[in-house]
Design a protein around this ligand. Structure first.
Ligand code: PEP
Ligand code: MG
Length: 882
C-alpha cells in the first residue's frame, strides 16, 4: 500500500474524490494543488494508516517512516529548506482530517520543527527575532497542550503574570526578549508538569504530533461524537503535514477565514474575517477583534479597522479570483482558510461551508440560476427538515435571551405571550385580543380550544409524542414540552423555576426550535414563503412522484395546508370537530344515552354541524381528494372531568350519579386497546350512519358550488379483520344509496381502511377485498407493534435511543425494520389482490423526511402530514425520487 500522498507546486498525488483515503482536508488540499492554487506544499498520511495503527496494537506500517522522510524531503526541495536544518529550517503544521469534520479530535499544531537552534536560524532568516520567538512560544504552548497534555491555562497564567510584572497589557507589546524570557519559563513548566524536557528533536516532535492525531481518533469526545452521528470508528483519520506559511510576519502578513457566500443569509458576497500579524489560533481565541474582509462588510459593521480589501488589495484580489474559481470547481459555497505571508496569499483549506436553512435555500436557487447546478441538484441541496426553521417565526439571533428553563423542542417556531394556566383563560384572552402562552403540566383533548387560542404551548411533563407535542405540531404552533424543572401551581397561578417566579399575565417566550423557555418578550423574525422558497418548491414538485396530502379538520388548517401545497386531505380526524363550540354537550348526551334511540336523538343535533364542517372542507379542497375518518377515540375522552360533573349535570339536567356510573362503566385499563376505532361503529352503528350521512349530504351540497366533483374517501379506523370493515362498509353504502335517493344526486365515493394494527397488516390481502384504499396509521401501528405507549413512553425511550437500542424515536421516524416491514408486507399483499389499491400514510411519520423516503421505497401513492410539514414532505418526497 501507499501510505503517504504529497501535494504542492501545482500538483498532487491525490484529488478531491479520494476523501475516504485522504480525509476531507487532505483531499481538498490535493484538489486545490491540482487546480494550480497557491497551497503550501505538504503531504497527507492516509486514513488507512490510522486503521492499521489500531489493528496492530498501536504500531505503524513498517514502510511509513521511509515514506514520511521522502515526502518531507520533497517539501524541503520545494521550499528550499530542510527539516531540522540549522540555517534554513523547514517548519510544518500538523493537522488531523477525517472524512467528515469531527470536533473532539486533535486539531492543529503549528510551527513544528522549532527548537533552541532553529529558532535562531528563523530569526536570522526572517530578519525578525521577535517573530521567531513569538512563533516558538506559540509552538511550545500548542504542542505541550495538544500533544503532551499540559493544560493551556498553565502557560496563559505565566504570560499574564509576566505582563503584569512588566506593566504590559497586550501581547503585541512584548518584545523578542520578553518572549525569549517566557520561553524559558514555558520549558520549565513542561519539565515540572511532565518530568521531562520539551522535545528538541524535530523528528521526535513530528512523530509525537502524528501519534497525537491518531490517538485522538479514539479519545472519549471523538467516540461520543461518532456515536451520535453514526460514524464508524473504522473510517479513521488522516494526518496532514504542511510547510508553514506565516501570518505573523508583521503588518503585511495576516490569517483569516472566508465563506464564498454569506452562511447565514446566503447572499453572494465574500464573507469572513481576518487578523493582521497573527496566526490561525488568534482568530479562534477571540483575543483580538478580527477585521472585515470586504469594504462593504466593514461599512456595514461600522468597524474602524480597515478591511482586507483596503489593507491588502493585492492579496484580496487574489482571494477574490480564487473564490470564484473554487465555487466554479466545487459548484457549492466554500468555507476557506487562508494566510497572507508578506503580501502573498496561501490557501490552507477549502470545504463546502455549513449554512443556515435560509442560506441553503438561497444558495441552491442562485447556484442553479448561475447555471452551476441543475434544478434537480438544487432540490437535493436543502435539508427538508431544515425548512421548519423557515416556516415559523424565529427568535432574532441578535436578541438577548433570559433562559429560565429548557424542555424538549416539541414543535418548532417561537412565540411570546402572557402566561395563562388553563384553556378558558386562553380563549378569553384571545377574544380580548391578547396573546398568550398556555402553560400546563400536561394537556388533554379538552385543551384543544385553549391550544388554538394560544400562540404557543409549554408543558412541564411529557415527551415528543405527548398530546401537547403532537397537537401543537398539527396546529403548527410552537411547543416546548417536558420542561421538568418548572413547577406549575394552578391554584396560586404561578410557575416557579430556579429563583424565578412568574404569575399569570406575565410574559414569557418559548423557542420550539431548542426547547428554551425565556423570561419576557424577545424580538422575532417572520417567515418568508415567497421568493426562493417558492422557486425551490416548484422544482421539487417537478421531480416528485408521491403526492403530499395533509392531516386537517378545521377550515383554517385546510386552507393553510393548501397554501403550503397540499394535494388533498389524507386524514380528517372527525373527533376533533366534536370539541368545537357547544357540540361537546350533544356528544356527551349521545354517550350517556341508554339506547340507540337516545343516541340517535343526540346525533341528530350533531348532524348539521358535521355536514357544515364537511361542506367547508370539500369546498376548500375542491377537486382534490378528502379522506374522512369515522369516529376513532375511546368515548371517555369526551366526558367531563370528575370535578366538572356537578356543573355538567346542572347544565344538562342529567342526574350526577347517573353520569358518574356511566363514566365508571366506560373506564378502561388500556383505553388505547379498548372500545375505540371501528368497534364504536360496530356497537353503535348510528354514529357511523350520522357521519356517513353528513359526508354524502355535504358532498352533494358542495358539488353544486365548486364545479369540480367531490370524491370523498370514507375511512374506517382500527380494523383488524375484513368482517369488521364489511359490517361498517355495508352501513356506509346503504347511507350513500339513501342520500342519493333523497337528493337525486349520486356521489362518487370510496370506502377504505386504516392499517394500524399488526393483524390488519398481516391480513391485508383479505382486507383489500373490501377496501379501495389503505392508509397506514403508523402512530397506532408503532404503538401496537412495539408494544410501546405513544402517550407516555418518554420515561424510557430517551435511554433507548441513547444506548442505540433504537436508532431514533419510533414515533418520530418510522421503525423501518419492524413497523416498516409490516407496511411493506401489507402493501404487497393488498396490491396482490387489488392492483389499483391506493396506498397512503397518515401517521406522524408522513412529515418525517426519512420516513417519507421509506414510503417512496415501498411504493406508497401519497404521504399525509400536518399542514406546516407539507413543504418538508414535498421536498423530502422529491429527494426520495431523485
Ligand atoms: C395513526 O394511528 O397513525 C393515526 C393517524 O391515527 P391517530 O393518531 O388519530 O390514532
Ligand atoms: Mg390511529
Amino acid at each position: 500500500a501507499k501510505w503517504v500522498y504529497t501535494f504542492g507546486d501545482g500538483r498532487a498525488e491525490g484529488q478531491s474524490s479520494m476523501r475516504n483515503l485522504l480525509g476531507g482536508k487532505g483531499a481538498n488540499l490535493a484538489e486545490m494543488s491540482n487546480l494550480g492554487l497557491p497551497v503550501p506544499p505538504g503531504f497527507t498520511i492516509t486514513t488507512e494508516v490510522c486503521t492499521y495503527y489500531y489493528d496492530h496494537g498501536n504500531q505503524y506500517p513498517p514502510e511509513l517512516e521511509g515514506e514520511v522522510a521522502a515526502a518531507l524531503e520533497a517539501v524541503g526541495t520545494l521550499t528550499g529548506r530542510r527539516f531540522g536544518d540549522a540555517t534554513l529550517p523547514l517548519l510544518v503544521s500538523v493537522r488531523s482530517g477525517a472524512r467528515a469534520s469531527m470536533p473532539g479530535m486533535m486539531d492543529t499544531v503549528l510551527n513544528l520543527g522549532l527548537n533552541d537552534a532553529t529558532v535562531e536560524a528563523l530569526a536570522k532568516d526572517a530578519g525578525d527575532p521577535r517573530f521567531a520567538y513569538d512563533s516558538y512560544r506559540r509552538f511550545i504552548t500548542m504542542y505541550s497542550n495538544v500533544v503532551l497534555g499540559v493544560e493551556h491555562h498553565t502557560f496563559e497564567e505565566a504570560l499574564e503574570h509576566y505582563k503584569d510584572s512588566k506593566g504590559l497589557t497586550l501581547d503585541t507589546e512584548l518584545s523578542a526578549d520578553d518572549w525569549k524570557h517566557l520561553i524559558g519559563q514555558y520549558k520549565a513548566i513542561v519539565k515540572r508538569e511532565l518530568g521531562e524536557d520539551f522535545p528538541q528533536d524535530p523528528q521526535a516532535q513530528l512523530w509525537g504530533a502524528i501519534g497525537a492525531v491518531f490517538g485522538s481518533w479514539m479519545n472519549p469526545r471523538a467516540n461520543k461524537y461518532r456515536e451520535l452521528h453514526n460514524i464508524p470508528a473504522s473510517w479513521g483519520t488522516a494526518v496532514n503535514v504542511q510547510a508553514m506559511v506565516f501570518g505573523n510576519m508583521g503588518e503585511t502578513s495576516a490569517t483569516g477565514v472566508a465563506f464564498t457566500r454569506n452562511p447565514s443569509t446566503g447572499e453572494k458576497a465574500l464573507y469572513g474575517e481576518f487578523l493582521i500579524n497573527a496566526q490561525g489560533e488568534d482568530v479562534v481565541a477571540g483575543i483580538r477583534t478580527p477585521q472585515d474582509i470586504t469594504e462593504a462588510a466593514r461599512i456595514e459593521s461600522g468597524s474602524d479597522k480597515p478591511s482586507m480589501e483596503r489593507a491588502m488589495p493585492e492579496a484580496y484580489g487574489e482571494l477574490v479570483r480564487i473564490y470564484g474559481l473554487l465555487e466554479q470547481h466545487y459548484r457549492d459555497m466554500q468555507d476557506m482558510e487562508f494566510t497572507v505571508e508578506k503580501g502573498k496569499l496561501w490557501m490552507l483549506q477549502t470545504r463546502n461551508g455549513k449554512r443556515t436553512a435560509k442560506a441553503a435555500l438561497r444558495i441552491a436557487v442562485e447556484l442553479a440560476g448561475e447555471g452551476l447546478i441543475t434544478h434537480r441538484e438544487a432540490v437535493g441541496r436543502v435539508e427538508p427538515a431544515s425548512l421548519d426553521q423557515l416556516l415559523h417565526p424565529t427568535i432574532d439571533p441578535k436578541a438577548e435571551r433570559k433562559v429560565i428553563a429548557t424542555g424538549l423542542p416539541a414543535s418548532p417556531g417561537a412565540a411570546s405571550g402572557e402566561i395563562v394556566f388553563n384553556s378558558e383563560e386562553a380563549e378569553a384572552a384571545r377574544k380580548a385580543g391578547r396573546k398568550v402562552i398556555l402553560v400546563r403540566i400536561e394537556t388533554s383533548p379538552e385543551d384543544i380550544h385553549g391550544m388554538h387560542a394560544a400562540e404557543g404551548i409549554l408543558t412541564t411533563r411529557g415527551g415528543m409524542t405527548s398530546h401537547a407535542a403532537v397537537v401543537a405540531r398539527g396546529m403548527g404552533k410552537p411547543c416546548v414540552s417536558g420542561a421538568g424543572s418548572i413547577r406549575v401551581d394552578y391554584a396560586a397561578r404561578t410557575l416557579t423555576v430556579g429563583g424565578v417566579s412568574l404569575k399569570a399575565g406575565e410574559r414569557i417566550t418559548i423557542d420550539g426550535a431548542n426547547g428554551q423557555v425565556i423570561q419576557g418578550e424577545v424580538a422575532m423574525l417572520e417567515p418568508e414563503l415567497s421568493g426562493d422558497f417558492a422557486t425551490l418548491m416548484v422544482w421539487a414538485d417537478e421531480v416528485r412522484t408521491m403526492k403530499v396530502r395533509t392531516n386537517a379538520e378545521t377550515p383554517k388548517d385546510a386552507r393553510a395546508a393548501r397554501n403550503y401545497g397540499a394535494e388533498g386531505i389524507g386524514l380528517c380526524r372527525t373527533e376533533h370537530m366534536f370539541f368545537e363550540g357547544n357540540r361537546i354537550t350533544a356528544v356527551r348526551e349521545m354517550i350517556l344515552a341508554d339506547d340507540a334511540e337516545g343516541r340517535r336523538a343526540a346525533l341528530a343535533k350533531l348532524l348539521p354541524y358535521q355536514r357544515q364542517d364537511f361542506v367547508e372542507l370539500f369546498t376548500i379542497m375542491s377537486g382534490l381528494p378528502v379522506t374522512i375518518r369515522l369516529l376513532d377515540p375511546p368515548l371517555h375522552e369526551f366526558l367531563p372531568k370528575p370535578e366538572e360533573v356537578e356543573a355538567f349535570a346542572a347544565e344538562t339536567g342529567l342526574p350526577a350519579d347517573k353520569l358518574r356510573s356511566r363514566m365508571n362503566e366506560l373506564h378502561e385499563s388500556n383505553p388505547m386497546l379498548g372500545f375505540r376505532g371501528c368497534r364504536l361503529a360496530i356497537l353503535y352503528p348510528e354514529i357511523a350512519e350520522m357521519q356517513a350521512r353528513a359526508i354524502f349530504e355535504a358532498a352533494v351540497e358542495a358539488g353544486k358550488t365548486t364545479g369540480a366533483p367531490i370524491i370523498p374517501e370514507v375511512m374506517v379506523p382500527l380494523v383488524f379483520t375484513r368482517a369488521e370493515l364489511d359490517l361498517v362498509k355495508a352501513r356506509i353504502d346503504a347511507m350513500a344509496a339513501a342520500v342519493a335517493e333523497e337528493t337525486g344526486t349520486r356521489v362518487e365515493y370510496q370506502v377504505g381502511t386504516m392499517i394500524e394494527l399488526p393483524r390488519a397488516a398481516l391480513k391485508a390481502a383479505d382486507i383489500a377485498g373490501s377496501a379501495e384504499f389503505f392508509s397506514f396509521g403508523t402512530n397506532d401501528l408503532t404503538q401496537t407493534t412495539l408494544g410501546i405507549s405513544r402517550d407516555d413512553a418518554g420515561t424510557f425511550l430517551g435511554t433507548y435511543t441513547k444506548k442505540g437500542i433504537l436508532p431514533a424515536d419510533p414515533f418520530v421516524s418510522i421503525d423501518q425494520e419492524g413497523v416498516g416491514e409490516l407496511v411493506k408486507l401489507a402493501a404487497e399483499r393488498g396490491r396482490g389482490v387489488r392492483a389499483g389499491l391506493k396506498l397512503g400514510i397518515c401517521g406522524e411519520h408522513g412529515g418525517d423526511p426519512d420516513s417519507v423516503a421509506f414510503c417512496q421505497e415501498v411504493g406508497l401513492d401519497y404521504v399525509s402530514c400536518s399542514p406546516f410539514r407539507v413543504p418538508i414532505a414535498r421536498l423530502a418526497a422529491a429527494q426520495a425520487a431523485l
